[in-house]
Design a binder for this molecule. Structure first.
Ligand code: 4AD
Ligand code: MG
Length: 502
């Protein structure tokens, strides 16, 4: 009788020690060592080293012809092997090839990012991409469970809408049976109506922004989880954001040590995350940006980058020299990898050095009334190891629905949460304007027609209460927790300006 492992298969290989099992998966790599053939097989839960000896004659012949990404089933006894990934391996007795893959386009050589993005449908199979997808899954689950546990009701808000939820500039238009419609920028406005019905609610769905900017932080389609709380002021809303983040970070750390290590994530930085998060008003943030502390810190960073750059160049040259004199194929491959890594870090440092002086310049000349730019957020969020709240922005740079500040009418009662290590904004939230007249005036001053928001204004007519909420961008959060450089790897199919396929 033979056993087939499905689903949990390779992750739980140890449970099958000493027994025969059949794995179903795909070939990652094949190599021969002495007389035997080693197959590395993946099944979505992990990697299994499968050893095929010449004595398993039929399997051995098949194994010798196997190509990367061929689909297969392998049968054999599971045994302990400290050197194998996961600590176990399979001694193969039988091998069945479901389909032999020919010329799989993603190879071990370095591919450029555009090539990989064009082959995203296959790139997803790589160890790095599967690790990111799993962490994303945990982040989403942790968010949902946080709200479910704390008495929030999930309400799904529409994706096809009429009118702006944030601003008029970044709307995608759709033809809705001849009537102009848009793809939603946020679930918030509809969610507020449900909040007045249920008290504590959240929505989670795709949101769209026609952002004509190519940055490491912007997608045109991204997923946002948004809670909304009746009778809450901005401080209560911030407390929820803070405890949600602590919860999510703890969940990711508990479940993904191996995945994070594979991504090269600095775990110490994540272990440091704990409440309370520091709070700065917009005014204070501006003073930091303009002040001597920022000038000194960035000047120091630039010096350190220069030193690291010359070290990396030296190291790459040294590796190239070794590579030129190397004759063993496996050593050459190892050196090629190291050279690629050195070249990458040279490229990154050169890019940093090219922009940092401009970023410093922008920060030092920051003027009251401007929104914080990406580089300003980077500077602010590198100051401390904790995520940081920036509150009370000028109303001009923020959406129409934000509550006026009680003592300074130029400001609104809002907050952004900036993730540390330079990641920047991952949450935007606010208390909402609950006064009908003020809200009408806000709409008009943003060039929006109050008639289009009649249903939204109704909330301020029939039992208006103080309330507020926020939106957490899933992809930005994944970028931060995985320690990635760009948001494009955080979703299976990123939609960016100039990227709609596959
Ligand atoms: O700050 P934003 O625009 O806030 C809102 O949409 C509010 N209506 C939310 C609310 O109060 N219910 O967006 C919230 C978050 C940002 O902090 C960021 O994480 C993410 O959504 N986000 C984006 N992520 C990727 N690409 C983009 N273009 C994004 N725009 C916003
Ligand atoms: Mg925002």
């Amino acid at each position: 009788m033979e056993t087939i492992l499905t689903g949990e298969a390779i992750r739980d290989l140890g449970r099958w020690e000493g027994r025969e099992a059949t794995l179903r998966g795909w070939l990652v790599a094949r190599r021969s060592g002495g007389k035997v053939c080693f197959l590395t097989v993946r099944d979505g839960t992990g990697l299994c080293q499968c050893v095929v000896e010449p004595s398993a004659a039929a399997a051995f012949t098949l194994a010798g012809e196997l190509t990367p990404e061929s689909s297969l089933t392998v049968t054999g006894v599971i045994r302990v092997e400290a050197r194998a990934p996961g600590g176990y391996e399979m001694a193969v007795t039988r091998l069945h090839v479901l389909q032999r893959a020919v010329d799989y386009p993603i190879t071990r050589k370095a591919h450029g990012i555009e090539f990989l993005m064009d082959h995203r449908h296959l790139w997803l199979r790589s160890a790095r991409q599967t690790a990111i997808l799993k962490i994303r899954h945990t982040i989403i689950r942790a968010c949902r469970e946080y709200f479910d546990r704390n008495g929030f009701t999930l309400v799904d808000t529409p994706i096809l809408v009429s009118g702006a939820g944030e601003d008029r500039q970044s709307l995608f238009s759709v033809d809705y049976f001849g009537e102009p419609a848009q793809l939603t920028q946020t679930g918030q406005l509809h969610l507020e109506t449900a909040c007045m019905a249920l008290g504590k609610v959240y929505c989670f769905g795709p949101t769209f922004r026609a952002e004509k900017s190519k940055t490491r932080r912007h997608l045109t389609e991204f997923w946002m989880i948004e809670p909304e709380i009746a009778f809450a002021d901005v401080d209560e809303v911030m407390a929820v954001a803070e405890s949600l983040i602590c919860d999510v970070v703890a969940r990711v750390l508990a479940a993904h040590a191996t995945d994070l290590a594979l991504l090269g994530r600095d775990l110490a930085a994540l272990h440091e995350i704990r409440a309370p998060f520091p709070r700065l008003t917009y005014q204070e943030a501006m003073e930091v940006l303009r002040g001597p502390e920022t000038r000194e810190r960035l000047t120091r960073e630039i010096e350190t980058d220069r030193v690291r750059l010359s070290e990396s160049i030296h190291q790459a040259d040294e590796l190239e020299r070794q590579r030129a004199g190397e004759t063993k194929a496996w050593k050459q491959e190892q050196l090629d990898q190291l050279i690629r890594e050195a070249r990458e870090s040279i490229h990154e440092l050169e890019q940093e050095l090219a922009v940092k002086p401009q970023h410093l310049e922008l920060a030092q000349n920051f003027e009251w009334g401007k929104d914080l730019g990406g580089s300003d957020e980077t500077i602010l969020s590198r100051r401390q190891p904790q995520p940081m709240f920036v509150t009370d922005y000028p109303r001009e740079v923020k959406a129409f629905y934000m509550k006026a500040h009680p003592t300074d009418p130029r400001l609104v009662r809002n907050f952004d949460l900036l993730a540390p290590e330079g990641y920047g904004e991952i949450i935007g939230g606010s208390q909402r304007e609950d006064d009908e007249a003020v809200l009408r005036a806000n709409l008009a001053s943003k060039g929006l027609n109050p008639e289009d928001y009649a249903w939204y204004l109704d909330l301020r007519k029939y039992g208006s209460v103080p309330h507020g909420g926020f939106g957490l961008g899933i992809e930005r959060t994944v970028t931060w927790l995985c320690g990635l450089k760009h948001v494009r790897e955080t979703i299976a199919y990123p939609r960016l300006m100039g990227r709609l396929r596959p």
